[in-house]
Ligand binder design. Sequence first.
Ligand SMILES: [Zn+2]
Length: 434
Amino acid sequence: MAILFENVTAVTMDPANPIVKNAFVLVDGAQIASVGTKRPAGEFERVVNGAGKVLMPGFVNAHTHVPMTLMRGYGGGCDLHTWLNDYIFPAENKLDGRCVAAGAALGLAEMIASGITCIADMYMHTEAIAQTVLEAGISANLSCGAVYFGDPADFSPEKCGDCGNHIRLYENWHNAGDGQILVDASIHAEYTSSAPAWEWVADFAQKHALRMHVHVSETHSEHEKCIEKYGVTPAQLLDKYGVWQNGGIAAHCVYLSGGDAELFASRGVTAVHNPVSNLKLMSGVAPLFFLRECGMNVALGTDGVASNNSHNIFEEMKVAALTQNCNFGEDHGLLQAADVLAMATVNGARALGRDAGVIAPGKIADLILVDFTHPNLFPCHDVMENLVYSAAPSNVVMNMARGKIIYENGTFLTLDLEKIRAEVGEYALPKIFG
Ligand SMILES: [Zn+2]
Protein backbone atom coordinates (compact mmCIF):
# COMPACT_ATOMS: atom_id res chain seq x y z
CA MET A 1 0.00 0.00 0.00
CA ALA A 2 1.60 3.29 -1.12
CA ILE A 3 0.89 6.54 0.72
CA LEU A 4 2.19 9.87 -0.55
CA PHE A 5 2.71 12.89 1.68
CA GLU A 6 2.75 16.02 -0.47
CA ASN A 7 3.50 19.69 0.06
CA VAL A 8 4.87 18.98 3.55
CA THR A 9 7.86 20.35 5.49
CA ALA A 10 10.00 17.28 6.16
CA VAL A 11 12.34 17.36 9.16
CA THR A 12 14.44 14.43 7.99
CA MET A 13 17.09 14.10 10.78
CA ASP A 14 19.52 13.47 7.90
CA PRO A 15 22.39 15.93 8.60
CA ALA A 16 23.07 16.27 4.86
CA ASN A 17 19.55 17.59 4.21
CA PRO A 18 17.83 18.24 7.54
CA ILE A 19 14.79 20.20 6.37
CA VAL A 20 13.07 19.76 3.00
CA LYS A 21 10.30 22.27 2.28
CA ASN A 22 7.42 21.47 -0.09
CA ALA A 23 8.52 17.84 0.10
CA PHE A 24 7.01 14.68 -1.33
CA VAL A 25 7.60 11.63 0.87
CA LEU A 26 6.43 8.29 -0.48
CA VAL A 27 5.81 5.34 1.82
CA ASP A 28 5.48 1.90 0.27
CA GLY A 29 4.61 -0.94 2.63
CA ALA A 30 6.54 -0.59 5.86
CA GLN A 31 9.34 1.53 4.37
CA ILE A 32 10.03 5.01 3.04
CA ALA A 33 10.43 4.72 -0.74
CA SER A 34 11.47 8.25 -1.73
CA VAL A 35 11.98 11.81 -0.46
CA GLY A 36 12.24 14.85 -2.72
CA THR A 37 10.74 18.04 -4.07
CA LYS A 38 9.35 16.45 -7.24
CA ARG A 39 6.12 14.47 -7.23
CA PRO A 40 6.95 10.78 -7.79
CA ALA A 41 5.17 9.11 -10.69
CA GLY A 42 2.49 6.51 -10.15
CA GLU A 43 -0.84 5.87 -8.50
CA PHE A 44 -1.15 5.96 -4.72
CA GLU A 45 -3.65 4.44 -2.37
CA ARG A 46 -3.77 7.68 -0.45
CA VAL A 47 -2.35 11.18 -0.86
CA VAL A 48 -1.99 13.20 2.36
CA ASN A 49 -1.90 16.96 1.92
CA GLY A 50 0.81 18.20 4.29
CA ALA A 51 0.27 21.95 3.82
CA GLY A 52 1.01 23.73 7.10
CA LYS A 53 2.32 20.54 8.66
CA VAL A 54 5.72 19.05 9.56
CA LEU A 55 6.49 15.42 8.80
CA MET A 56 9.21 13.99 11.03
CA PRO A 57 10.43 10.61 12.31
CA GLY A 58 8.28 9.31 15.18
CA PHE A 59 9.74 9.62 18.65
CA VAL A 60 11.60 6.75 20.30
CA ASN A 61 10.85 6.45 24.02
CA ALA A 62 14.04 4.58 24.86
CA HIS A 63 13.35 3.83 28.53
CA THR A 64 9.92 3.27 29.98
CA HIS A 65 7.77 0.96 32.09
CA VAL A 66 4.51 1.35 30.23
CA PRO A 67 2.13 -0.53 32.60
CA MET A 68 3.09 1.89 35.40
CA THR A 69 0.57 4.23 33.78
CA LEU A 70 -1.83 2.63 36.28
CA MET A 71 0.10 4.37 39.08
CA ARG A 72 0.11 7.85 37.54
CA GLY A 73 0.59 10.33 40.39
CA TYR A 74 0.53 7.64 43.10
CA GLY A 75 2.89 8.38 46.01
CA GLY A 76 3.62 11.87 44.71
CA GLY A 77 5.71 14.15 46.90
CA CYS A 78 8.12 11.43 48.10
CA ASP A 79 11.79 10.78 47.49
CA LEU A 80 12.76 7.70 45.42
CA HIS A 81 13.26 5.37 48.40
CA THR A 82 9.95 6.18 50.17
CA TRP A 83 8.06 6.26 46.86
CA LEU A 84 9.34 2.79 45.88
CA ASN A 85 9.04 1.01 49.23
CA ASP A 86 5.82 2.53 50.60
CA TYR A 87 3.81 2.96 47.40
CA ILE A 88 5.09 1.32 44.22
CA PHE A 89 6.33 -2.10 45.43
CA PRO A 90 3.12 -2.84 47.44
CA ALA A 91 0.99 -1.84 44.44
CA GLU A 92 3.10 -3.92 42.04
CA ASN A 93 2.69 -6.99 44.28
CA LYS A 94 -1.00 -7.00 43.37
CA LEU A 95 -0.52 -6.87 39.59
CA ASP A 96 -1.47 -9.72 37.29
CA GLY A 97 -1.13 -10.11 33.52
CA ARG A 98 -4.58 -8.61 32.90
CA CYS A 99 -3.75 -5.46 34.92
CA VAL A 100 -0.45 -5.12 33.08
CA ALA A 101 -2.13 -5.47 29.67
CA ALA A 102 -4.68 -2.80 30.63
CA GLY A 103 -2.02 -0.40 31.89
CA ALA A 104 0.12 -1.05 28.81
CA ALA A 105 -2.81 -0.32 26.46
CA LEU A 106 -3.54 2.96 28.27
CA GLY A 107 0.12 3.98 28.18
CA LEU A 108 0.45 3.07 24.52
CA ALA A 109 -2.63 5.15 23.66
CA GLU A 110 -1.06 8.16 25.36
CA MET A 111 2.23 7.57 23.58
CA ILE A 112 0.68 7.05 20.14
CA ALA A 113 -1.33 10.27 20.46
CA SER A 114 1.84 12.16 21.39
CA GLY A 115 3.92 10.92 18.45
CA ILE A 116 5.86 7.96 19.83
CA THR A 117 6.40 5.13 17.34
CA CYS A 118 8.92 2.92 19.16
CA ILE A 119 9.71 2.11 22.80
CA ALA A 120 12.18 0.21 24.96
CA ASP A 121 10.23 -1.16 27.90
CA MET A 122 11.25 -3.02 31.07
CA TYR A 123 8.54 -4.58 33.23
CA MET A 124 7.08 -7.76 34.71
CA HIS A 125 4.32 -9.86 33.03
CA THR A 126 6.17 -8.91 29.85
CA GLU A 127 4.29 -11.30 27.59
CA ALA A 128 1.05 -9.42 28.33
CA ILE A 129 2.80 -6.22 27.22
CA ALA A 130 4.03 -7.93 24.04
CA GLN A 131 0.50 -8.92 23.00
CA THR A 132 -0.75 -5.36 23.61
CA VAL A 133 2.14 -3.81 21.66
CA LEU A 134 1.55 -6.17 18.74
CA GLU A 135 -2.08 -5.05 18.49
CA ALA A 136 -1.25 -1.34 18.96
CA GLY A 137 1.13 -1.36 15.99
CA ILE A 138 4.20 0.48 17.26
CA SER A 139 7.62 -1.17 17.59
CA ALA A 140 9.03 -2.23 20.95
CA ASN A 141 12.17 -3.67 22.49
CA LEU A 142 10.76 -5.55 25.48
CA SER A 143 12.57 -6.81 28.55
CA CYS A 144 11.62 -8.22 31.93
CA GLY A 145 14.31 -6.56 34.13
CA ALA A 146 15.74 -9.49 36.12
CA VAL A 147 15.84 -9.18 39.90
CA TYR A 148 17.32 -11.71 42.35
CA PHE A 149 17.18 -11.00 46.09
CA GLY A 150 18.21 -14.51 47.23
CA ASP A 151 21.56 -15.63 48.63
CA PRO A 152 24.05 -15.67 45.72
CA ALA A 153 25.27 -19.07 46.94
CA ASP A 154 21.77 -20.50 46.39
CA PHE A 155 21.29 -19.13 42.88
CA SER A 156 20.07 -21.42 40.16
CA PRO A 157 18.16 -20.55 36.97
CA GLU A 158 15.24 -22.58 38.37
CA LYS A 159 15.12 -20.54 41.60
CA CYS A 160 15.39 -17.18 39.80
CA GLY A 161 11.98 -16.61 38.21
CA ASP A 162 13.33 -14.01 35.80
CA CYS A 163 15.60 -16.60 34.13
CA GLY A 164 12.49 -18.51 33.06
CA ASN A 165 10.86 -15.21 32.09
CA HIS A 166 13.82 -14.39 29.83
CA ILE A 167 13.59 -17.78 28.13
CA ARG A 168 9.81 -17.65 27.56
CA LEU A 169 9.88 -14.05 26.37
CA TYR A 170 12.66 -14.80 23.89
CA GLU A 171 11.12 -18.03 22.58
CA ASN A 172 7.60 -16.63 22.22
CA TRP A 173 8.16 -13.02 21.17
CA HIS A 174 11.60 -12.24 19.70
CA ASN A 175 11.07 -10.89 16.16
CA ALA A 176 7.26 -11.18 16.45
CA GLY A 177 5.30 -9.08 13.95
CA ASP A 178 8.15 -9.29 11.43
CA GLY A 179 10.56 -7.55 13.81
CA GLN A 180 7.95 -5.24 15.37
CA ILE A 181 8.91 -6.76 18.72
CA LEU A 182 12.51 -7.42 19.70
CA VAL A 183 13.44 -8.94 23.04
CA ASP A 184 16.31 -7.45 25.04
CA ALA A 185 18.13 -9.21 27.86
CA SER A 186 17.80 -7.21 31.06
CA ILE A 187 18.94 -6.76 34.64
CA HIS A 188 16.77 -4.36 36.63
CA ALA A 189 19.82 -2.84 38.38
CA GLU A 190 23.02 -3.76 40.21
CA TYR A 191 21.37 -3.17 43.62
CA THR A 192 18.42 -5.53 43.00
CA SER A 193 20.46 -8.62 42.03
CA SER A 194 23.88 -10.28 42.41
CA ALA A 195 26.73 -11.82 40.47
CA PRO A 196 25.24 -15.22 39.52
CA ALA A 197 22.17 -13.51 38.02
CA TRP A 198 24.37 -11.02 36.10
CA GLU A 199 26.42 -13.89 34.74
CA TRP A 200 23.34 -15.86 33.66
CA VAL A 201 21.70 -12.89 31.91
CA ALA A 202 24.99 -11.94 30.20
CA ASP A 203 25.42 -15.51 28.93
CA PHE A 204 21.81 -15.57 27.72
CA ALA A 205 22.35 -12.31 25.81
CA GLN A 206 25.54 -13.65 24.22
CA LYS A 207 23.94 -16.95 23.25
CA HIS A 208 21.03 -15.24 21.48
CA ALA A 209 22.78 -12.03 20.31
CA LEU A 210 20.48 -9.79 22.38
CA ARG A 211 20.99 -6.22 23.51
CA MET A 212 20.99 -5.37 27.23
CA HIS A 213 18.75 -2.98 29.20
CA VAL A 214 19.77 -1.97 32.76
CA HIS A 215 19.17 0.95 35.17
CA VAL A 216 22.64 2.38 35.86
CA SER A 217 23.76 4.98 38.43
CA GLU A 218 20.38 6.70 38.67
CA THR A 219 21.06 8.11 42.15
CA HIS A 220 24.18 9.25 43.95
CA SER A 221 23.66 6.83 46.85
CA GLU A 222 23.21 3.84 44.52
CA HIS A 223 26.45 4.69 42.71
CA GLU A 224 28.44 5.27 45.92
CA LYS A 225 27.08 2.20 47.73
CA CYS A 226 28.18 -0.01 44.83
CA ILE A 227 31.71 1.44 44.99
CA GLU A 228 31.72 0.88 48.78
CA LYS A 229 30.51 -2.72 48.47
CA TYR A 230 32.41 -3.90 45.40
CA GLY A 231 35.22 -1.34 44.97
CA VAL A 232 34.05 -0.41 41.45
CA THR A 233 31.16 1.47 39.82
CA PRO A 234 27.98 -0.32 38.66
CA ALA A 235 29.05 0.06 35.00
CA GLN A 236 32.45 -1.53 35.64
CA LEU A 237 31.09 -4.20 37.97
CA LEU A 238 28.57 -5.45 35.43
CA ASP A 239 31.22 -5.31 32.70
CA LYS A 240 33.27 -7.88 34.63
CA TYR A 241 30.43 -10.33 34.09
CA GLY A 242 30.09 -9.61 30.36
CA VAL A 243 26.81 -7.72 30.69
CA TRP A 244 27.71 -5.07 28.08
CA GLN A 245 29.20 -7.36 25.43
CA ASN A 246 26.38 -6.75 22.93
CA GLY A 247 25.78 -3.10 23.80
CA GLY A 248 22.32 -1.85 24.72
CA ILE A 249 20.76 0.65 27.07
CA ALA A 250 22.05 2.09 30.34
CA ALA A 251 19.06 4.01 31.68
CA HIS A 252 19.76 7.28 33.56
CA CYS A 253 23.60 7.47 33.86
CA VAL A 254 23.22 10.47 36.18
CA TYR A 255 26.38 9.57 38.14
CA LEU A 256 29.10 7.95 36.03
CA SER A 257 32.74 8.11 37.14
CA GLY A 258 36.22 6.72 36.59
CA GLY A 259 36.02 5.87 32.91
CA ASP A 260 32.42 4.58 32.92
CA ALA A 261 31.36 6.70 29.95
CA GLU A 262 34.43 5.67 27.92
CA LEU A 263 33.73 2.02 28.77
CA PHE A 264 30.11 2.38 27.65
CA ALA A 265 31.18 4.12 24.43
CA SER A 266 33.58 1.27 23.63
CA ARG A 267 30.83 -1.33 24.26
CA GLY A 268 28.22 0.50 22.15
CA VAL A 269 26.01 1.20 25.16
CA THR A 270 23.57 4.13 24.86
CA ALA A 271 22.82 6.44 27.80
CA VAL A 272 19.08 6.99 27.99
CA HIS A 273 18.36 10.32 29.65
CA ASN A 274 15.07 10.65 31.57
CA PRO A 275 15.18 14.27 32.68
CA VAL A 276 11.65 14.69 34.06
CA SER A 277 11.76 11.51 36.16
CA ASN A 278 15.24 12.40 37.45
CA LEU A 279 14.07 15.85 38.52
CA LYS A 280 10.79 14.62 40.05
CA LEU A 281 12.58 12.02 42.20
CA MET A 282 15.40 14.45 43.04
CA SER A 283 17.94 12.10 41.46
CA GLY A 284 19.94 14.81 39.65
CA VAL A 285 20.83 15.88 36.10
CA ALA A 286 22.87 13.59 33.84
CA PRO A 287 25.85 15.37 32.25
CA LEU A 288 24.92 14.90 28.59
CA PHE A 289 27.75 17.04 27.19
CA PHE A 290 30.30 14.90 29.05
CA LEU A 291 28.67 11.62 27.93
CA ARG A 292 28.68 12.78 24.32
CA GLU A 293 32.28 13.99 24.54
CA CYS A 294 33.24 10.51 25.73
CA GLY A 295 31.64 9.09 22.57
CA MET A 296 28.39 7.80 24.00
CA ASN A 297 25.16 7.75 22.03
CA VAL A 298 22.51 9.61 24.08
CA ALA A 299 18.77 9.00 23.71
CA LEU A 300 15.66 10.12 25.62
CA GLY A 301 13.01 8.33 27.67
CA THR A 302 10.09 9.12 29.94
CA ASP A 303 10.77 6.37 32.48
CA GLY A 304 7.54 5.07 34.04
CA VAL A 305 4.60 7.42 34.29
CA ALA A 306 4.49 6.88 38.06
CA SER A 307 7.61 9.07 38.33
CA ASN A 308 6.97 11.55 35.52
CA ASN A 309 3.77 11.75 35.25
CA SER A 310 3.24 11.54 31.48
CA HIS A 311 4.60 9.94 28.31
CA ASN A 312 5.38 13.26 26.69
CA ILE A 313 8.61 13.34 24.67
CA PHE A 314 8.07 17.00 23.75
CA GLU A 315 8.34 17.76 27.46
CA GLU A 316 11.43 15.53 27.82
CA MET A 317 13.13 17.40 24.95
CA LYS A 318 12.40 20.81 26.42
CA VAL A 319 13.40 19.86 29.97
CA ALA A 320 16.56 18.13 28.70
CA ALA A 321 17.60 21.26 26.83
CA LEU A 322 16.74 23.63 29.70
CA THR A 323 18.51 21.63 32.40
CA GLN A 324 21.66 21.06 30.31
CA ASN A 325 21.81 24.75 29.40
CA CYS A 326 21.32 25.78 33.02
CA ASN A 327 23.76 23.26 34.56
CA PHE A 328 26.46 22.95 31.92
CA GLY A 329 25.80 25.61 29.25
CA GLU A 330 28.33 28.08 30.58
CA ASP A 331 31.20 25.63 29.94
CA HIS A 332 29.84 23.80 26.90
CA GLY A 333 27.56 26.25 25.07
CA LEU A 334 23.85 25.68 24.60
CA LEU A 335 22.46 22.32 23.58
CA GLN A 336 21.16 22.81 20.04
CA ALA A 337 17.59 21.94 19.03
CA ALA A 338 18.87 19.60 16.28
CA ASP A 339 20.87 17.62 18.86
CA VAL A 340 17.86 17.31 21.18
CA LEU A 341 15.65 16.15 18.29
CA ALA A 342 18.31 13.57 17.36
CA MET A 343 18.22 12.20 20.92
CA ALA A 344 14.44 11.79 20.65
CA THR A 345 14.52 10.09 17.23
CA VAL A 346 17.55 8.70 15.41
CA ASN A 347 19.72 8.15 18.50
CA GLY A 348 16.92 6.17 20.13
CA ALA A 349 16.42 4.10 16.99
CA ARG A 350 20.17 3.33 16.92
CA ALA A 351 20.06 2.28 20.58
CA LEU A 352 17.25 -0.17 19.89
CA GLY A 353 18.76 -1.60 16.70
CA ARG A 354 16.02 -0.10 14.51
CA ASP A 355 16.63 1.16 10.99
CA ALA A 356 14.39 4.16 11.66
CA GLY A 357 14.58 7.70 13.02
CA VAL A 358 15.50 9.28 9.67
CA ILE A 359 13.33 10.18 6.69
CA ALA A 360 15.31 8.57 3.87
CA PRO A 361 14.67 5.83 1.29
CA GLY A 362 14.79 2.33 2.77
CA LYS A 363 14.18 3.41 6.37
CA ILE A 364 11.25 2.05 8.39
CA ALA A 365 8.24 4.35 7.90
CA ASP A 366 7.80 5.44 11.52
CA LEU A 367 6.53 8.98 10.90
CA ILE A 368 4.41 11.65 12.55
CA LEU A 369 2.62 14.75 11.26
CA VAL A 370 2.73 17.84 13.46
CA ASP A 371 0.22 20.62 12.68
CA PHE A 372 2.12 23.92 12.59
CA THR A 373 -1.07 25.95 12.06
CA HIS A 374 -1.88 25.61 15.79
CA PRO A 375 -1.49 28.92 17.65
CA ASN A 376 1.39 27.67 19.82
CA LEU A 377 3.50 26.91 16.71
CA PHE A 378 2.93 30.19 14.86
CA PRO A 379 4.95 32.11 13.81
CA CYS A 380 7.75 29.72 12.91
CA HIS A 381 11.19 31.26 12.46
CA ASP A 382 12.94 27.92 13.03
CA VAL A 383 11.15 24.57 12.69
CA MET A 384 13.46 22.69 15.07
CA GLU A 385 13.27 25.40 17.75
CA ASN A 386 9.48 25.23 17.61
CA LEU A 387 9.50 21.42 17.85
CA VAL A 388 11.79 21.38 20.91
CA TYR A 389 10.58 24.43 22.81
CA SER A 390 6.98 25.13 21.68
CA ALA A 391 5.27 21.94 20.48
CA ALA A 392 2.95 19.71 22.50
CA PRO A 393 1.36 16.25 22.03
CA SER A 394 -1.90 17.95 21.00
CA ASN A 395 -0.13 19.20 17.86
CA VAL A 396 0.37 15.60 16.60
CA VAL A 397 -2.35 14.88 14.04
CA MET A 398 -1.06 11.61 12.59
CA ASN A 399 1.03 8.65 13.79
CA MET A 400 2.28 6.20 11.17
CA ALA A 401 4.02 3.10 12.57
CA ARG A 402 5.78 0.72 10.18
CA GLY A 403 3.95 2.29 7.24
CA LYS A 404 0.50 1.95 8.75
CA ILE A 405 -1.55 4.94 9.97
CA ILE A 406 -2.54 4.03 13.54
CA TYR A 407 -3.77 7.44 14.76
CA GLU A 408 -5.28 10.37 12.89
CA ASN A 409 -6.96 13.59 14.04
CA GLY A 410 -7.69 12.28 17.53
CA THR A 411 -8.92 8.85 16.41
CA PHE A 412 -7.13 5.63 17.38
CA LEU A 413 -7.23 3.09 14.55
CA THR A 414 -5.73 0.11 16.40
CA LEU A 415 -6.86 0.71 19.99
CA ASP A 416 -10.35 0.99 21.49
CA LEU A 417 -9.98 3.76 24.07
CA GLU A 418 -13.39 3.21 25.67
CA LYS A 419 -12.64 -0.48 26.16
CA ILE A 420 -9.25 0.40 27.67
CA ARG A 421 -10.83 2.91 30.07
CA ALA A 422 -13.36 0.30 31.17
CA GLU A 423 -10.70 -2.38 31.70
CA VAL A 424 -8.50 -0.01 33.71
CA GLY A 425 -11.37 1.44 35.73
CA GLU A 426 -13.36 -1.72 36.37
CA TYR A 427 -10.63 -4.35 36.66
CA ALA A 428 -7.08 -3.03 37.12
CA LEU A 429 -7.59 -0.15 39.56
CA PRO A 430 -9.88 -2.08 41.98
CA LYS A 431 -7.44 -5.03 41.88
CA ILE A 432 -4.46 -2.84 42.86
CA PHE A 433 -5.96 -0.13 45.02
CA GLY A 434 -9.12 -1.86 46.33
ZN1 LIG B 1 13.23 3.06 34.88
